[in-house]
Design a protein around this ligand. Structure first.
Ligand code: 3H9
Length: 698
């Protein structure tokens, strides 16, 4: 007998209480428990109705994702759902917290649904590379109609109770203890002589232009297949009898279960939760975080200040002059106005944040009481050291001193203070109040509770925090520099930047590397090339054609011309014809005969460069685990989520294949393509990056 579903009787009504913490996932023992208690209710003399509730913080969060990829175990969820609906008693689902995926499918199989005002429902399977596989694509459209069901299923969004009521997903909203609410509703139904109301018996949803919808959803998902396949499942609901539709849904679900995308997305789901759980931080108390200092009110500083304000922290921002202070305040006001417009904050909160929680000052003395200060000034070691010297003089003991540097040596910055144990890197990504990634850069002497404080700040700001060690570019920018170089080399050898961008967008990136350079500003890469020039290895290949464009004052989108030409008022650009002329001139100068590249080769080289550098980053301990790299690329660099991250992608391709390709490329350029020792070691041992993740979680 499963103890995951408790049975109790209240007069004529039986309550089935699911108790599988933390979120009542529908593991095999829960499914078995549901079947047993359904039978018990049916056999229990005098029981006229059944209420299904969940214990703890949610009704049911869905199927147990940990079971995916393993042999499915009976009873299967679609059968449990159909059994619920077929029960000859009235069945009520009383929902609180979230009812997601299989959780909503259980509720849709009940005859009536009541939910707390704070409840949220949804079918988020597409975020796991799947579709609802327990009758959700067949039942939901029978309640909401085709279009609304397609919206809910293909976006996987969570629908609040009020909207769920409007859409017909639930029948009633009622506040109180979920069991009491369910019992009262069931009693009302019994008293009014209400009949069972199986959703499967409702009319099938209306037909739409299925092919056009499929194509539109596929395009929107940038290559993600599951949302588009969900359209086919809803089509089956419209065109086939219910039972046949369920079979069609099951087939699509099982087929998707076998895909790389499903593997990638489930890896992303668990990694997103594992990334902030560092064994070294267990039991370490973070320091207080009530007021935050920010040095510099440029785009980055203003973004950081906005993020802290939105997380209800007081912010003291330091700028150098009246003019700069005014500009900083305006930037923050603009960011907050955006949050107000998107409904993230109320008008009252917006006003309070600007007038009470924010102080803009030109004196470092204003920082004497802050708990943590983040410096976001010009990327120049001497400037940073001067700032940290001032902070060291005014900040209270125990105040965390953080630098937002994106590549400078945090050990050196820390050494310029008398309290290196309080110094840490907090590398935000621009715009800082929007981008989800935060690299927490741990220097040699950083105290462990300061690391915990960095993670606590990130969590409070809603960021995905990744621990990084000190090196040029930390995790993300260091790896980016290498795969960006690989793209540059391909241009010298004959692929156009436009072909490369397209191949990588087709692979699933939000943008190609050259379009990204235009967006970020070509002057940034130009400055980096100049900075690195004195330290270059003689064999390093560095394309310089783009410097010619920079010398003419063209820096990408902001000047209207870069790799692409941008017309005012138009989104995106068109290839700049000057680029190929400049490339050709450089090829001639270097004696290179250009060759053709297939899109497949472009992606392979780009990805191999990324994986190889990432393996070096993990091997050197800059990232603790492969999953840390995956999360950095996913949340900071537009890597397609459905591949799970570059390390997961590499595991799926097979590490021996990746190594063989790298060794092949090394025959042309041995300096650039030096295989990572960790990659060689894993291949020799027959292990994967994911094995390293598992080792780290033991
Ligand atoms: C499905 O239902 C398929 C069916 O259509 C067909 C089947 C045949 N399974 O996120 P949190 C764990 S597909 C297993 O930190 P929150 C999670 O890993 C499923 N474990 O808390 C974490 O563990 P740990 C469709 C799960 O409050 C702990 O619970 N459903 C599951 O921020 C707490 O989670 C979904 O896709 C699960 N289903 O958010 C919902 N869910 O403590 C996925 C959670 O060891 N889940 N865990 O790190 C979520 O969106 C969020 O977890 C939720 C809670 C909103 C529920």
């Amino acid at each position: 007998m499963s103890d995951k579903v408790a049975y109790s009787r209240h007069g004529d009504i039986a309550v089935l209480r699911i108790q599988n913490p933390p979120v009542n996932a529908l593991s095999q023992d829960v499914r078995a428990g549901l079947l047993q208690t359904l039978m018990q209710a049916e056999a229990d003399e005098g029981v006229k109705a059944v209420v299904i509730v969940g214990e703890g913080r949610a009704f049911i969060a869905g199927a147990d994702i940990k079971e995916f990829g393993k042999q499915p175990l009976e009873p299967y969820l679609p059968d449990v759902c159909n059994r619920i609906e077929a029960l000859p008693l009235i069945v009520v689902a009383s929902m609180h917290g979230v009812s997601l995926g299989g959780g909503l499918e259980i509720a849709l199989s009940a005859h009536y649904r009541v939910a707390q005002p704070s409840a949220r429902v949804g079918l988020p399977e597409v975020h796991l590379g799947l579709i609802p596989g327990a009758t959700g694509t067949q039942r939901l459209p029978r309640l909401t109609g085709t279009e609304k069901a397609i919206d809910v299923i293909t976006t996987g969004r969570q629908v609040k109770a009020a909207e769920a009521l409007e859409l017909g997903i639930i029948d009633k909203v009622s506040e109180g203890d979920p069991e009491a609410v369910g019992l009262a509703y069931a009693q009302d139904l019994l008293d009014s002589g209400a009949a069972r109301r199986p959703v499967s018996e409702l009319d099938p949803p209306a037909a739409i232009d299925w092919d056009a919808t499929y194509e539109a959803v596929l395009k929107k998902g940038r290559g993600q297949i599951s949302p588009a396949e969900a359209v086919r499942a809803v089509q089956a609901a419209a065109e086939l009898p219910f039972d046949e539709g369920v079979k069609a849904e099951r087939k699509i679900f099982m087929d998707l279960m076998q895909t790389d995308q499903r593997q990638g997305m489930i890896h992303a789901f668990f990694s997103e939760r594992a990334v902030g759980n560092l064994p070294e931080l267990k039991g370490v108390e973070p320091r207080t975080l009530q007021s935050i200092g920010v040095i510099g009110g440029g785009t980055m500083g203003a973004g950081i200040a906005t993020a802290c304000l939105l997380a209800e922290m007081n912010v003291v921002l330091i700028e150098m002059s009246d003019e700069a202070a005014k500009a900083a305040k305006e930037r923050i006001a603009g960011n907050l106005a955006g949050a107000l417009k998107r409904g993230k904050i109320s008008q009252e909160k917006h006003d309070n944040l600007l007038t009470i929680a924010l102080e803009v000052s030109q004196s470092y003395d204003s920082l004497k009481d802050v708990d943590l200060v983040i410096e976001a000034v010009f990327e120049e070691m001497s400037v940073k050291k001067e700032v940290f010297g001032k902070l060291d003089a005014v900040c209270k003991p125990g105040c965390v001193l953080a630098s937002n540097t994106s590549y400078l040596d945090v050990d050196e910055i820390a050494a310029s203070t008398t309290r290196p144990e309080d110094v840490i890197g907090l590398h935000f990504f621009s715009p800082a109040h929007v981008m989800k990634l935060l690299e927490v850069v741990v220097a040699d002497k950083t105290a462990i509770d300061v690391v915990a404080t960095g993670f606590a700040l990130g969590k409070a700001l809603g960021k995905i925090c990744v621990r990084a060690g000190v090196c040029d570019g930390f995790i993300g920018n260091r790896i980016l520099a290498v795969y960006r170089d690989a793209a540059g080399h391909m241009v010298l050898d004959g692929a156009s930047p436009f072909q490369i961008d397209k191949a990588l967008v087709d692979f699933g990136f939000a943008m190609g590397p050259f379009a990204v350079s235009d967006l970020a500003g070509l002057d940034i890469g130009w400055a980096t090339r100049k900075r690195k020039a004195p330290h270059r290895h003689p064999e390093e290949r560095v394309p310089t054609y783009i410097d010619r464009l920079c010398e003419q004052g063209h820096f990408g989108q902001k000047t209207g011309e870069g790799y692409y030409v941008y017309e005012k008022g138009k989104r995106g650009g068109t290839p700049n014809p000057k680029i190929m002329e400049l490339v050709k001139a450089e090829q001639q100068e270097l004696g290179i005969t250009p060759r053709d590249f297939s899109d497949e080769e472009i992606v392979r080289r780009y990805m191999c460069a990324m994986v190889n550098e990432a393996a070096k980053v993990v091997g050197e301990g800059i990232a603790k685990r492969p999953l840390d790299v995956d999360m950095v690329l996913l949340f900071g660099y537009g890597f397609p989520r459905y591949w799970g991250g570059p390390m997961k992608w590499a595991d799926i391709q097979g590490l021996p294949n990746i190594l063989a390709d790298i060794e092949g490329y090394a025959k042309e350029d041995a300096w650039f393509w030096q295989p990572a020792p960790l990659l060689k070691q894993l291949v020799a041992e027959g292990r994967t990056f994911d094995d390293l993740n598992k080792d780290a979680s033991k």
